[in-house]
Write a protein that binds this ligand. Sequence first.
Ligand SMILES: C=C(O[C@@H]1C=C(C(=O)O)C=C[C@H]1O)C(=O)O
Length: 343
Amino acid sequence: MTLTHPGAPALTAALDCFFVRPGEDERARTAGRQVLGRVTYGHSGRPPTLHNGAPLVRTAMADAATERITEVWTTDRPVRSGRDGGLVYAEDGEHFFCAVRIDACGVYRDTVRQAYEAAFTLMWRLGYTEPLRMWNLVGDITGPNAQGMETYRDFCVGRAQAFESWSDRIGGMPAATGIGSLRPGIDLYFLACRTGRARHLENPRQTPAHRYPARYGPKSPSFARATLLEPGSGTRPVLYVSGTASIVGDDTVHPDDFGRQCAVTLANIEALVSPENLARHGLAGGFRLADLDCVKVYVRDARDLPAARAHCAEAFRADADVACFNVGVCRPDLLVEIEGICR
Ligand SMILES: C=C(O[C@@H]1C=C(C(=O)O)C=C[C@H]1O)C(=O)O
């Protein structure tokens, strides 16, 4: 992070995230901290639950070619957790985590809209008025729904309707991921924060997703390319990078070339997190690719996994947490997508 200078004391982020693999013990990394939520990228999609006092999301993202990981969100503040209808949530006074599962159905838009609106209602009731980061894990993402519409497009309609009906209260759409999962149904989990800390960023190389032309679906995807969480006391800025793919403007580039799609994806992330792009948004600081951590790499074809791992080894720090998944991406011609957190 370019804001830090030699000799500056290392600040611990209030909200933190790391991956735990089978056989690893999360306690080594949660000492003195509270768990705000866990997300198991495993073998089955099941409704979220409360586990040891924190939400546990269970989504089907691991297969024979990829490992199961659990993403653990921690905070340095006391956590309160609960349920509200189908939502499971936790809060620490500054940050809010919630999750819900939408069971497989013929047409998703109405249940997606209801799930989003229920989450917005709960966030607002508890005083977390700014969505910060959203994950949408969609079974058979580019397959058809019962009316023949692509499931992702169907999903985007319901989500856009929820944002439209909340546009007087929720000004900005946050960073997000909309990616395939390996079982029918949709798993959603969200982070939100108190007012005034979230800044949403676009990418100079890409058309904002919410302005994609109608050929990509009746409602454009509701998300920003990244969201900066401005520092609270004793913390430093953190940049949540949306799922990013080989899209320039609104076009998929290099549809049949995995290596080139990786290169464009990384160039897109580099431009997004750069000091120049933060300055374009009136923000100080900035990041480099090597600052990306908690990296998730989504690869459509299992045969491309070794190449994906090689590209990541070159682009990211040796100690960056990187997890690869073999899942569908939101356009049939996208072969890879990458997200992460700069801090
Ligand atoms: C890859 C793209 O979109 C994907 C879909 C998203 C969504 O619908 O929430 C968010 C980021 C990506 O996971 C893109 O449009 O560039």
